[in-house]
Design a protein around this ligand. Structure first.
Ligand SMILES: NC(=O)c1ccc[n+]([C@@H]2O[C@H](COP(=O)([O-])OP(=O)(O)OC[C@H]3O[C@@H](n4cnc5c(N)ncnc54)[C@H](OP(=O)(O)O)[C@@H]3O)[C@@H](O)[C@H]2O)c1
Length: 268
């Protein structure tokens, strides 16, 4: 028995790399794909990968009605991701979410539905192993250092802000503590917005410029000492593939919502 997958966003930059990864895995099968432009074709025709014989559908509803699946993988766009996840849960699929842009309250709602449906949802802001380590190292630092700020860098074309990586990081650090502000934002003299946005206890600054893919600096400050933990993504989607495949294998092993790849990894 292989794991049957519906991959939404299968023709995209990240989704096509995951589709090829699935094609090369013996324990999983892509049974359907979702993308609007190439709906009606086989995914193999679009990606020139003959082993991908599944059909591309324009919507998750059509794909999930035509082909039952075990795991729905969401890799489309922030504006449709939440609705796609809800559709998939209503079709009784387990769900892996790679798409950025979902808020903490979106995830709360999704988690409640996942519990009702007795299905697993794994939301992963970044599937790269090096980002999992950035998250872990930052959580350790936050235990010892009460003040930090996060700088989120991405290309000028990225519409959502901050990145999924930074949303997830801020959410995780909030469980350690909230970063202290020596001068409260409301007491800032001048332009308050230059101090960034407060997100679940972290001060976040987003930079959107050509030349960046996705980078993040977590800057911890103490009197007379600083620590910067930095991650830089390259230009290929390959670093996300192994984490995506691992998520597909793990998401049916629990019920409800988990966030972060390390929630299904043993990093101890
Ligand atoms: N978690 C991670 O590690 C990670 C890594 C990389 C990217 N991401 C995130 O993943 C998302 C996708 O990124 P990407 O760079 O792969 O984007 P992309 O290259 O633009 O691909 C988007 C895919 O979704 C499809 N799509 C878009 N809107 C759709 C809709 N309304 N209905 C159905 N299909 C739709 C597109 O096909 P059509 O346009 O033909 O419909 C395409 O297949 C982004 O949110 C990005 O930030 C996360």
């Amino acid at each position: 028995m292989t794991i049957r997958i519906c991959l939404a966003g299968a023709t995209g930059w990240a989704g096509s790399a995951v589709a090829r990864g699935i094609a090369n895995s013996e324990d999983m099968t892509l049974v359907s794909a979702v993308a609007r432009t190439h709906a009606g074709k086989t995914l193999g025709e679009v990606l020139t990968e003959p082993s991908l014989t599944c059909q591309v559908y324009a919507t998750p509803e059509e794909a999930l009605t035509a082909q039952a699946c075990d795991v729905f993988f969401e890799f489309t766009k922030p504006n449709v991701a939440k609705a796609n996840v809800i559709t998939a849960l209503n079709h009784n699929a387990h769900v892996v979410v790679g798409t950025s842009g979902l808020t903490d309250s979106d995830y709360e709602e999704i988690g409640t539905l996942a519990e009702q449906k007795q299905r697993g949802v794994l939301g992963v802001g970044n599937f790269a192993l090096t980002v999992v380590l950035l998250q872990k190292f930052s959580e350790i630092a936050a235990k010892f250092i009460p003040q930090w700020e996060i700088i989120d860098y991405a290309s000028d074309r990225k519409k959502d802000s901050p990145s999924g990586t930074v949303r997830e990081l801020a959410n995780r650090l909030s469980k350690i503590r909230h970063s202290e502000l020596t001068v409260p934002i409301e007491d800032t003299q001048g332009v308050k917005e230059t101090r960034g946005a407060r997100m679940t206890g972290s001060q976040v600054h987003s930079v959107r410029l050509p030349g960046f893919t996705i980078s993040v600096d977590v800057v911890f400050g103490m009197p007379d000492q600083k620590l910067t933990i930095r991650h830089d993504s390259g230009t290929s989607a390959q670093p996300y593939v192994d984490g995506s495949l691992l998520s597909i294998r793990k998401v049916s092993s629990f019920v409800g919502l988990r966030r972060g790849l390390d929630s299904v990894l043993d990093l101890s």
